[in-house]
Design a protein around this ligand. Structure first.
Ligand SMILES: O=C(O)CCC(=O)C(=O)O
Ligand SMILES: [Fe+2]
Length: 231
């Protein structure tokens, strides 16, 4: 049975959600991210839902099949707490001048297990269209910077809580963190494609073309639901 049928037929997953997989997939496609309250106690359960949603999105976008290319406990259980800030980044990066076969992360799922206590960090999301808008104002950037315009103006802070799941498009939003995370606090799974250099170059060009088109027409909108735009 093709993966998509297997996923959308999973009534256990669907009935556990107040929104259907399709609703969340639509929000992920239009906003670049979606937050699901669950609660999901265990990460396996959360990532089953993540996989179903990403599969729906990638199928509708005509993207190549996804596989799990990274699965991390952040920080590691036997590690130290993180520093109190993580700069904006793309997981696995965007290939700029690919020469060898490599993994490209298309979607990221973040889950905080339900038994974690005392979460103090928030995940920062910044739509790339907004970053490019800033870039296109480069001659004026120095002026605005002197007058207090910060990238924070485009930033969406996600205050992910125990049991919740955050899904985002790694190639539509840069992400980072504000605040400290304790060992074992966050589970992160990256879904992507292993691509030859020519396919990586095409993906890079498709991503940049999509940004340019968005800039000409409409910027990525923030979620209509419960996300906090920084003041
Ligand atoms: O802690 C977070 O919210 C984000 C973590 C992250 O993006 C990473 O470690 O790659
Ligand atoms: Fe990351």
């Amino acid at each position: 049975m093709p993966a998509r049928e297997k996923i959308t037929a999973d009534e256990t997953v669907r009935s556990a959600l107040s929104w259907s997989v399709r609703d969340f997939a639509e929000e992920l496609s239009s906003c670049g991210f979606t937050q699901i309250s669950g609660p999901f106690g265990a990460s396996d359960e959360a990532f089953d839902v993540a996989g179903a949603l990403f599969e729906t999105c990638r199928f509708e976008r005509g993207l190549p099949p996804l596989s799990i290319i990274g699965d991390f406990v952040l920080p590691p259980l036997d590690g130290a707490e993180t520093r109190d800030f993580q700069t904006l980044h793309f997981d696995f990066g965007l290939p700029l001048d690919p020469k060898v076969e490599g993994d490209v992360a298309r979607y990221i799922a973040l889950h905080i297990p339900a038994d974690v206590t005392g979460v103090r960090a928030v995940t920062r999301l910044v739509p790339l269209a907004a970053l490019l808008e800033f870039d296109s104002l480069s001659s004026e950037l120095a002026f605005f910077a002197r007058h207090g315009l910060r990238i924070d103006d485009a930033e969406i802070d996600i205050n992910l809580q125990p049991g919740e799941l955050l899904l985002f498009d790694n190639l539509a939003l840069a992400h980072g963190r504000r605040g400290t995370r304790q060992p074992g606090e966050l589970r992160q799974r990256a879904y992507g494609h292993r691509l030859q250099p020519a396919a990586q170059t095409k993906l890079r060009d498709d991503v940049l073309t999509a940004f340019k088109a968005r800039l000409r027409h409409a910027p990525i909108t923030n979620s209509p639901r419960d996300h906090q735009q920084r003041p």
